[in-house]
Structure formats: structure tokens, C-alpha cells
Design a protein around this ligand. Structure first.
Ligand SMILES: *Cc1c(COP(=O)(O)O)cnc(C)c1O
Length: 452
């Protein structure tokens, strides 16, 4: 009779060549753990089975190996973005420039002068990195980098408006995404919200009456991801600034994405630039590092020195500080703007600058390689909570398959996974968001998915 006593022991399994290889690859404790859990499963199955049989030692090892590969498989991996959404928040927003990656690599490999003053040989501050570049780019007196823009907003309000009134238009009480709501963040900072105007209209006089009681500041939030059209009104930023300064209070501008380049140049509506906010006299401006800036995740705060100093000293500044890889990467990305080569070097701007002819040429080359498909007109979008409703004309590869949803799933199972979209029962691929160096892998994955 087959009994569990005939099951190979852990010791016996460990003596095999395959076990030795698994240990070399995964370490002894984890391999042991996987062998034990495989044996436990076999025992449990054995007891439930009316006609129990014992697996061979090879089968046990195969099961151990698949447990180990499931346990050690990274969950965060690169994907190919053929969706046509340039700043896809779910796909990690901005791909980085070559210089940015080099800077991150260099600072990660060893030690750096993160908080060390090389001139004096004493402790320095991490907050000075990227500051002089930001001063030159924006015209602001001072700057500080934090973990992301959500923490920038929280920090700015905590430092400047705790227990004080903050005036904000009802048209700007937005949810940015992932449940991040401006009014909630403002409350979290201890600020007292004073809402003025209506959803579609706010006038200077609304701000004026709110400043009659003492307040810390007027907050302006760029309603990044939606657009109110029709019967709307909003005062000019410089007029809000003038009113605020007369009342002796500050203006904080959360630009969300923010940009240094004029998006109108790419056939899009004009997204407010950081320079415009600073020249309108705004006291503190904050924006993201990984939206239209095209760099690593970061929150950037620029503005008047006196206020930035106050923000730096707030205890939350330590809690949300940027790490060395972020500071190194962001500096490299900012340098592209300073050297006026952002359009050439920063992937998101390169994607936006592709001509229709270039995009079409790539889609046609893919079709030639695949031996099937059509080139159809379509639209790419910017995404990342910027430029809602705006799109860039593009050419797409369109594939006709039996079941588009099943095909999308097959594409997601490729290595690297391919993210595409469907429309009218066709699967569409936008060359604009596929990095040129991923083109080979895209075609391999596509052929694979078409074969099966
Ligand atoms: C995106 C956005 C944020 C949050 O920025 P993260 O860098 O994603 O943290 C805050 N405010 C506005 C207006 C935004 O658009």
C-alpha cells in the first residue's frame, strides 16, 4: 500500500543536483521553506485523495521550483505603453531621460555629497541641490524639493497656514485622483477653509470680501484633470496677487503638473507655466516632478525666500524629504530645460514632438514586420491629470483579432507586458508612447500573441 511514509524526506530532496541549483539561485532558507511547503501540500492532497499516489522526486522538485519562482518574481516590472497616453499615472508617469538615468545611477552606486559641504568639509544641506537651477529657470528666490506634489501642498499649508484661514475658490476644490482631494489635504494641514465663489464663477470681489477677516493666504489650485466650459469666470492671477498683497496675505499656487515649455507649441492648449506664476508675483508655487516636467517623482516648491525658509524648518519637511536618487535625477532633468534641449532629451516632450509622418512611418514598419494590420488615424493624449480633453493627432496600428479582450490579456502576459487599447472591436497600438528601444520587444510580443 502507498503510504505517506514513502514520501521523500527533506534530506533526500536536498541531496539532488536540482535542489543544489535551487539553493544557489534562491538561498538555503527560502528553498527549504519551498520544499517543506510543497511536501505539506502533497500530504494534504494525499489525505483527500480516494486513490492516493505519491509524486516522484522530480515532480516534487518541479513544484518546489514553481513555488520559488512565484515567491521571488518582482511585482513591479517594466511594461510597453502602446496606449497613447503619454503621462499614464498607472504606468509610472514620465519615462526618464538618459542623463537623468545616468545621474541616478551614479549617485546610487556609492557615496555622495548629499548633505556634505565639499568646500568647507562640514555637514551641508540636501535642500540646496537643484535650488540654483530652479532659481535660474523660474526666477524664484528659493526652492525646496519634497517627495511628491501632494506632500508639497500639505507641507506648504502646514507651514504657512496652520490654524489660519485659507481662501480658495469653490471651482478649485478638486479631487486630483486616487481619492486625493484638495479640501481634505487643506484640512489635514490644520488650515481653515474659506470657500468663495461658485463652481463656475469666482470674482475678484469674492476674494476681496473674504480678505476682510484675517487670513494666512489665498490658495489657487489648477483644476488639472477637468474643464468647466460655458458660463465661467475667474480673475487673472496677477489681480488676485495684487489684492492679496494689499491685504497683507500670501498667494500659494498649486499648479499640479506645471510646465516650463509652452504646450501650445505642440498644438495643445496653453498649460500654465511656472514662470508665469512667478512673474505674476505668486509667493509660493508647487508642482510635480513627474508630470509635464518629465522627471522622477518629486514635489517642487519655489517662491519667496522668507517663506521657503519657513517651510524648510517645519517638522513635516523632514517627513516628506526627497531622497538622493530623486535629487540627482531631478537636477539632471532640470538641466535639460536650462540648456534648452528638453524637447530632444526628455522622452515625454520627444513623444509630443513626433511628427505625424514619423508616427505613421513607425506604424507602417510594424505592419510590414507583422505581415498584418492597418494604419488608422487616431489621437494620443497627455494624461497625468494635465490638459483634460486635449489630444494630439496620431497614427495607430490597428489589428483585427477574434476576441479583442482575450488578445489584450495575451498582450499583458508577454514579457515585457504590452498595454494597448481597443476601439470598435479592434486592438490599437500608438507608436507615439512606445519607446524606440522597446520596439523590438513589442514586435516579438505581438507576434507571440498573434501566434497563440
Ligand atoms: C497631480 C496633482 C497633485 C499631486 O501631485 P503628485 O506629484 O501626484 O503628488 C496636486 N495638485 C494638483 C493640482 C495636481 O494636479
Amino acid at each position: 500500500m502507498t503510504t505517506l511514509r514513502n514520501l521523500p524526506s527533506v534530506e533526500q530532496i536536498l541531496q539532488t543536483q536540482i535542489a543544489a541549483e535551487l539553493i544557489a539561485r534562491n538561498g538555503r532558507p527560502l528553498t527549504l521553506n519551498a520544499i517543506r511547503s510543497t511536501l505539506d501540500e502533497i500530504r494534504a492532497r494525499f489525505k483527500m485523495d480516494p486513490e492516493p499516489a505519491l509524486p516522484s522526486i522530480d515532480l516534487i522538485l518541479a513544484q518546489t521550483e514553481s513555488a520559488l519562482s512565484a515567491w521571488t518574481k518582482p511585482t513591479l516590472i517594466p511594461v510597453i505603453n502602446a496606449s497613447g497616453v503619454i503621462l499614464h499615472t498607472n504606468l509610472g508617469r514620465a519615462p526618464l531621460s538618459a542623463d537623468t538615468i545616468r545621474a541616478i545611477d551614479a549617485v546610487s552606486r556609492g557615496y555622495s555629497n548629499l548633505e556634505y559641504d565639499l568646500e568647507k568639509g562640514v555637514r551641508g544641506s540636501r535642500l540646496i541641490h537643484a535650488e540654483s537651477i530652479l532659481q535660474k529657470l523660474t526666477g524664484a528666490e528659493a526652492a525646496i524639493i519634497v517627495n511628491n506634489n501632494a506632500s508639497a501642498v500639505l507641507l506648504v499649508l502646514s507651514a504657512l497656514a496652520n490654524k489660519k484661514r485659507v481662501i480658495i475658490s469653490r471651482s478649485q476644490l478638486v479631487e486630483i485622483g486616487g481619492g486625493f482631494r484638495i479640501p481634505d489635504v487643506m484640512k489635514q494641514s490644520g488650515a481653515k477653509l474659506v470657500e468663495v465663489g461658485t463652481t463656475n464663477k469666482v470674482r475678484l470681489s469674492d476674494y476681496q470680501s473674504a480678505t476682510e477677516d484675517p487670513a494666512a493666504l489665498i490658495m489657487r489650485v489648477h483644476p488639472s484633470n477637468f474643464k468647466v466650459i460655458g458660463f465661467t469666470e475667474e480673475p487673472e492671477l496677477k489681480d488676485i496677487v495684487e489684492l492679496a498683497h494689499k491685504a497683507g496675505i500670501f498667494v500659494v499656487d498649486d499648479l499640479g503638473s506645471g510646465t516650463f515649455l509652452d504646450t501650445a507649441k505642440f498644438g495643445l492648449i496653453h498649460e500654465p507655466t511656472i514662470q508665469e506664476s512667478i512673474s505674476a508675483g505668486v509667493d509660493v508655487v508647487c508642482f510635480s516632478g513627474d508630470k509635464l516636467l518629465g522627471g522622477p517623482q518629486a514635489g517642487i516648491i519655489v517662491g519667496k525666500k522668507e517663506l521657503i525658509d519657513k517651510i524648510r524648518k517645519h517638522p513635516l519637511a523632514r517627513a516628506v524629504r526627497a531622497d538622493k536618487t530623486c535629487l540627482a535625477g531631478l537636477t539632471a532633468t532640470l538641466l535639460h530645460y536650462l540648456k534648452d534641449n528638453a524637447e530632444r532629451e526628455i522622452p515625454i516632450w520627444r513623444m509630443m514632438s513626433f511628427t505625424l509622418k514619423q508616427v505613421k512611418g513607425r506604424a507602417e514598419a510594424w505592419i510590414e514586420e507583422l505581415g498584418q494590420g492597418q494604419v488608422v488615424e487616431g489621437e494620443s493624449t497627455v494624461g497625468g491629470g494635465s490638459l483634460p480633453g486635449e489630444s494630439i493627432k496620431t497614427w495607430l496600428l490597428s489589428l483585427e483579432v477574434k476576441s479583442p479582450d482575450k488578445f489584450l490579456k495575451k498582450l499583458r502576459n508577454q514579457n515585457p507586458p504590452i498595454i494597448a487599447r481597443t476601439e470598435n472591436d479592434r486592438v490599437l497600438f500608438d507608436p507615439r508612447t512606445v519607446l524606440p528601444e522597446q520596439e523590438g520587444a513589442l514586435l516579438v510580443g505581438l507576434k507571440n500573441a498573434l501566434k497563440t
